[in-house]
Structures are given as C-alpha cells and as structure tokens.
Write a protein that binds this ligand. Structure first.
Ligand SMILES: [Zn+2]
Length: 243
C-alpha cells in the first residue's frame, strides 16, 4: 500500500521535475517522456546493436584472435561510431554518468544471459585501469559494467584478478603499431586469487571492458589469464564496426 503510494508520488515528482528540469535523451537530446530513462524510445529502437552474441567467428573474435590469443566467444552490445551513440560512452566515461553506464551494462547483461554462447561463463572480471587513471577519473568504468553484467548472469565479479602493471598513455596518442607494443605485457594476474578460483572449479571467465577498438588492450589482458589456466570470453559495451 505505502509502496504504491510512494511509487505514484515519485512518478508525480518526476513529472514535475521533467517540467522544471527537462531530462534529455543521451543520444539525440530530445526531451524524455515521464516513463523514458536516459535514452528516448526512438533512439533505443535505432540502437546499432551488433547481435554478435548470437554468432561465432564474428569480427570481434577475429580481431582478438588475430592478436595471437584465444577467445571462446566475444561480443559487444552496440557499434558506437554512429551519430549520437558515441556520446553514450563519452558521457559515461568522461562525464561520470554512472547511471547511464549501468543502464547500458544491464542491457548487455540481458543479451548475454539469453545467449547459449556465453552459458559456460563462471565468473566476471573487469579490465583494470591503472591506479593513477582510476584515481583521476574516480571510478573504473569496467568495474561498473562488470558488476551489472555479473548481476544479470547471477555470477560474481572479481575486479582484483587482473592488475595493470604500468601506466600506459591513452591509446589514441599512438599509431596502431605503437599501441600494441605499448600495452603488451601490461597486465598481471593475482596468482593467489587465481589459485583460489581454480580450486573452486572456476575456469571460464568473462572479461569486460567499455569499448573494443583494435583488440590490442583486450589481447594484452587475456594473455596472462590464459597462462593462468582460464578460458576467456569477452564482452564490451561498444565496439568499432570496421577498422
Ligand atoms: Zn533520442
């Protein structure tokens, strides 16, 4: 009863809030209707989804395997180099809109939970940021995505399994060739935690990041995990369609 009244009340408060401080779609900037959250219905319907959770040997898997590491399955939720949709990642990552990150991650978790290709996954691990970057940004975007995805899959997230070894400059400052040399060998596995997971029978891990471009960072993160005896699948919020 009280919950219902509170719910009605909150709806009215939001409706009033929408009049005073209109909420806008994070893709197209249109004002949101009362029942809409963060992204308007039209932009959600138009979202350039990859559907790669449905089929193997997709471009993302090939991109990672080309870097010399094995991956069981890989997918992203959407292609982000489309007008407006690239803003979603920027707004989450650089403006710290964590609600938006959680919203997108929950959608990623939803499609993964329905996909037989990801059914063998036993634990979720975010790709870490170097401590300095994490401190500067205040949060690691992959931690937030991993938490949300783990929740959707009824699994646990282990943000301490991988550690970033040294500070790498933001990738965009480098050309493709330099990028790979720059990230290779930059992640290490927490061997004590890895041992504990293996003893619990956990051998299949879903590695999470916000975006996948060349796959170089992802491959660098996968390598020590494979060496530590894990089978790796990959999911990111967004990826680049063609390079
Ligand atoms: Zn919109």
């Amino acid at each position: 009863m009280w919950r219902r009244i509170l719910k009605l009340f909150m709806r009215d408060v939001r409706a009033l809030g929408d009049i005073l401080f209109p909420r806008q779609c994070n893709v197209c900037g249109a004002f949101l209707q009362n029942e809409e959250e963060l992204i308007c219905g039209a932009c959600l319907a138009d979202m350039p989804l990859t559907y790669m959770w449905d089929y193997g040997d997709n471009s993302l898997e090939r991109r990672i395997i080309d870097k010399g590491v094995y991956v069981v399955a890989a997918t992203s939720l959407f292609f982000y180099r489309y007008e407006g949709y690239s803003e979603l990642i920027r707004t989450f990552k650089y403006q710290g809109n964590i609600d938006l990150g959680r919203f997108l991650a929950a959608r990623l978790g939803g499609v993964l939970a329905q996909s037989p290709r990801f059914a063998s996954v036993q634990a979720v691990v975010p790709v870490p940021l170097h401590l300095f970057k994490r401190f500067r940004r205040g949060f690691n975007q992959s931690d937030i995505i991993a938490e949300e995805v783990a929740g959707a899959l009824h699994l646990q997230s282990f943000p301490k399994l991988l550690k970033k070894r040294r500070y790498t400059k933001t990738q965009t400052a480098f050309g493709t060739g330099e990028r790979e040399g720059n990230v290779k060998g930059s992640f290490v596995v927490n061997q004590e935690l890895a041992g504990r997971l293996r003893r619990q029978g956990i051998c299949s891990i879903l590695l999470i990041d916000d975006v996948l471009t060349t796959g170089a960072t992802m491959a660098a993160a996968i390598e020590p995990l494979v060496k530590a005896g894990f089978r790796i699948s990959v999911a990111t919020l967004a990826s680049v369609e063609d390079l």
